[in-house]
Design a protein around this ligand. Structure first.
Ligand code: TXD
Length: 314
């Protein structure tokens, strides 16, 4: 295959906690020649980008880092990570949040597509399954170019807890979380393994149940500790893992929110499923047979996502 030597541009919309972490991980992994950090609050991305740029001599990143509030600076991006939006504040319902973030995501999408009609869009903003649907509808992009980040993070949490319980290297744990990013997510037990050995033979039923429950509430556990914000390091790296696979055409198999048209018996919504991520975005969805209890659990995810999508009014 011919190597693609064109300079790569990654833009990150929203210079908050997750956007900044993503920019840092993108620098560490040198995944693009130019990294653009954009926010509505003009000084914020400028200051953060400059600070990050000054790590270059220490870290050895040789690319450019731009902080801006001008979408023209994102032009010709190959990948755009969208983290812009509000987090839930006390007294705010999920529906309130959804309505506000739909408005923000709609505006952001209209602006980015004008400058980067060929970009792959990696959506991070919550409620993720509705926001990625919003980006898809507003952009008018082919389904391959729009993907949501949740499964990579949820699976990383799942793998961490399994590794901890078994005192083994986390990178040797293979485990998949499918479905919605919420209480009804589906950490698959049957397919979880360490070095090829199924965890069901290594951990008790109770231990596995606790791990599954902790994974499903992994975000809330961190919010409880932080009080004023939510997780950012692992979410930032999870988004970068996806961006890297696209930018470098790695064909990684990662759980992502992809638009389904019949796969797993589901149509017309984005849902967390294993996909092959490469230069063209979602290049393939890896469909496989679910056990009846897994299919039933996935159905709960679908119902939760459909409710969210209906609330977007799109
Ligand atoms: O698994 C996942 N998908 C998630 C999602 C994991 C972690 C965080 N998740 C969600 O990502 C979270 O619930 C939020 O909806 C987003 C971003 O989280 P973050 O913690 O980074 O929020 P911040 O720190 O509040 O940052 C949001 C930034 C902030 O700087 C705003 O000024 C900016 O978004 N913002 C905008 N930028 C550009 N354009 C517009 N219109 C805009 N509105 C706000």
């Amino acid at each position: 295959m011919k190597k693609d030597n064109r300079k790569k541009r990654l833009s990150i919309i929203g210079a908050g906690a997750v956007g900044t972490a993503a920019a840092q991980w993108a620098v560490c992994r040198s995944i693009a020649d130019t990294i653009v950090l954009l926010d509505v609050v003009a000084g914020l991305p400028r200051g953060k980008a400059l600070d990050l740029f000054q790590t270059s001599p220490l870290y050895g990143y040789a690319g450019n880092i731009v902080g801006t509030d001008d979408y023209a600076d994102t032009a010709q991006s190959d990948v755009i990570i969208i983290t812009a939006g509000l987090a839930r504040k006390p007294g705010m319902s999920r529906d309130d949040l959804l309505e506000k973030n739909v408005r923000i995501i709609r505006e952001v999408t209209e602006k980015i597509v004008k400058y980067s009609p060929d970009a792959c869009l990696v959506v991070v903003t919550n409620p993720i399954d509705a926001m990625v649907y919003t980006v898809f509808k507003v952009s008018g992009f082919p389904k391959q170019q729009v993907v949501g980040m949740a499964g990579v993070l949820d699976s990383a949490r799942y793998r961490t807890f399994i590794a901890q319980a078994l005192a083994v290297a986390p990178s040797d744990v293979t485990a998949l979380v499918m479905g919605v990013h919420g209480d009804h997510m589906l950490p698959l037990v049957r397919l979880a393994s360490v070095g090829g050995v199924p965890i069901e033979g290594l951990l008790s039923k109770d231990e596995i149940e606790n791990i599954v429950r902790r994974t499903q509430h992994g975000g809330a556990e961190i919010v409880q500790h932080l009080k004023t914000g939510s997780a950012f390091s692992a979410p930032g790296l999870a988004a970068v893992e996806m961006a890297q696979s696209i930018l470098k055409d790695e064909k990684r198999v990662l759980p992502c929110a992809a638009y389904l048209e019949g796969e797993f018996g589901v149509s017309g919504v984005f849902l967390g499923v294993p996909v092959v991520l490469g230069r063209n975005g979602v290049e393939r969805i890896l469909e496989f047979s679910l056990a009846p209890n897994e299919q039933e659990a996935l159905q709960k995810s679908v119902e939760a996502v459909k409710k969210q999508v209906a609330a977007t009014g799109l």
